[in-house]
Design a protein around this ligand. Structure first.
Ligand SMILES: Cc1cc2nc3c(=O)[nH]c(=O)nc-3n(C[C@H](O)[C@H](O)[C@H](O)COP(=O)(O)OP(=O)(O)OC[C@H]3O[C@@H](n4cnc5c(N)ncnc54)[C@H](O)[C@@H]3O)c2cc1C
Length: 481
């Protein structure tokens, strides 16, 4: 029987849940606070250039293919993908650079050239172990709803935990494969994609290294926001009613109240707004969850006059003391003295995204979340430190910045309602992962489900697509839809 459902929030999680429900013949309305869809995955336009607003790395294509196929479509008919090869260039503080590759032969010869003859063997052992972990962890711990403790603590799951040492510390495990501190950084920093320090991460998140080095990094023409636009179209074709500039103020028993005072009723609601924020502000939960949030990020979008040929499409810069840098971000809540950061120039792959004579430079600097206030002096300090490094190693000249757009932790909080400005949502510490992560059904409201980065399975576009799949599966089973 066709039902009526409301989705609050038009991020990638909300859009894909809406499209899945509408494809089954249900009536779906999406209420989005902002004036465009996409949430973190939006396009930024500035100085004649186009930028990815948040995500820039497309990895783990399988959940994307599955979504499109479940909707009776073919992913490759909708998105024109290019492989990023090399995956990215790494700049170490001693001026060594390294171009990482998802081609094993290329990677082996580059490792030999830069790190010596033992490095390729260590890398092969590492990649083989994280590949095996990936193949076991994704179906058994990620692509599933936990209905009972036995789903996690059952004999099969516990055997996998023990076999892979899933709960061990990631940085320490990586150190068993590699002696060189630079290689340790190279094969552990990927947890930063979750806003999680590798020094505090369980080994299970080494699957991220496998996703990019074992499978590769992709780029859809039009940038990552092309995914948002495609999901919007798929929903519209199936009758999804997307209403922009409609912030919700309360959700209860299948009803959603909007800031304009209207109340809309449905058989059930899926909430895509950040879970911790939603529990406090929309559900008015009496006892808010004591959640640990990910770090935040200062993001700069720069229309740069001229060219920075030393930069590839994706680039990672490590500070001198990576561990201290991350301690400052995650524990000491300080502005890092020598920040590690990421820089993207997507016009390297798609020249049309930059204005003539310009490059579209995006810089992402991990920084503490709003557990501590973030002010304009912090922004200036980080910007100066990063510009100094770029000037020394890439020939970057600040005077050539034609236009600069800035997203601070305060913006993540105010624009998208991300709790504590945590750009990557709820942290992925052990006690907030898998079975221990907040479930996609609300304990106090049987007509409310959650989708997105702060519920199961977690942060990142593929995980958010899986979260929509799991939430819709559960809603359909429980609401008899
Ligand atoms: C800087 C940055 C870089 C990233 N890089 C990558 C990457 O390279 N690869 C990758 O896979 N992932 C990356 N991520 C993670 C990825 O962007 C997120 O996991 C994903 O976009 C989250 O989608 P979502 O649907 O859960 O949430 P969101 O995108 O946050 O969407 C939630 C939506 O809910 C809306 N909303 C909030 N409150 C209300 C309300 N009261 N009423 C109505 N609407 C409301 C918001 O406006 C928003 O549109 C990155 C994230 C950031 C911030």
């Amino acid at each position: 029987m066709a039902g009526r459902f409301i989705v609050v929030g038009a991020g990638v999680g909300g859009l894909s849940a809406a499209a899945r429900l509408a494809h089954r013949g249900h009536s779906v309305t999406v209420f989005e606070k902002g004036s465009e869809a996409g949430g973190r995955n939006k396009e930024v336009r500035l100085g004649g250039c186009s930028f990815d607003g948040g995500p820039t790395l497309l990895m783990m294509i399988e959940p994307f293919r599955r979504l499109y196929s479940d909707l009776g479509e073919c992913f490759d008919d909708h998105l024109d993908l290019r492989k990023c090869e090399p995956c990215y260039r790494v700049f170490f503080s001693d001026k060594t650079t390294f171009d990482a590759s998802s081609d094993r032969g290329t990677m082996a010869s580059r490792l030999t050239d830069v790190f010596g003859t033992r490095a390729p063997n260590s890398y092969e052992a590492f990649l083989s172990d994280v590949g095996a972990l990936y193949r076991d962890a994704i179906p058994n711990f990620v692509e599933r709803n936990y209905d009972s403790p036995l789903d996690f603590f059952g004999p099969r799951q516990l055997a996998l935990v023990a076999r892979h040492g899933l709960l061990g510390n990631l940085a320490k495990r990586v150190a068993r494969y590699f002696d060189d501190p630079k290689l340790r950084m190279l094969f552990s920093f990927q947890t930063m994609y979750l806003g999680l320090s590798p020094f505090e991460s369980p080994w299970v998140y080494s699957v991220l290294a496998y996703m990019e080095l074992g499978e590769g990094i992709w780029y859809p023409i039009g940038g990552l926001p092309a995914i948002t636009r495609s999901l919007e179209r798929l929903g519209a074709d199936r009758g999804v009613d997307l209403r922009l500039d409609c912030p919700a103020t309360a959700i209860s028993g299948g009803s959603v109240t909007l800031a304009n005072g209207e109340t809309h009723h449905a058989d059930a609601v899926i909430c895509n707004a950040d879970l911790s924020y939603a529990e406090r502000e929309l559900l008015h939960t009496a006892k808010p969850r004591r959640a640990k949030m990910s770090c935040s990020a200062l993001v700069l979008h720069i229309a740069y006059r001229g060219s920075l040929p030393k930069l590839l499409h994706h680039n990672v810069f490590f500070g001198k003391d990576f561990e201290h840098n991350l301690r400052q971000v995650f524990s000491l809540l300080e502005i890092p003295d020598d920040p590690s950061f990421y820089a993207a120039v997507s016009c390297r792959t798609e020249p049309g995204r930059a204005a003539p004579g310009c490059e579209n430079l995006m810089i992402l600097i991990p920084c503490p979340n709003l557990e501590r206030p973030f002010g304009s002096a912090d922004e200036q300090t980080l910007r100066d430190r990063v510009f100094e490094r770029l000037a020394a190693e890439t020939g970057f000249e600040p005077s050539r910045c034609e236009a600069v757009g800035v997203t601070t932790p305060n913006d993540w909080k105010h624009d998208l309602n991300l709790e504590k400005g945590a750009a990557f949502g709820l942290s992925h510490h052990l006690t907030q992962s898998a079975y221990f992560r907040p479930a996609n059904r609300c304990k106090t409201d049987p007509k409310l489900y959650f989708v997105g980065a702060s519920t199961v399975p977690g942060n990142g576009l593929p995980m958010v697509l899986i979260s929509a799949e799991l939430a819709v599966q559960r809603l359909i089973a429980e609401q008899g839809a």
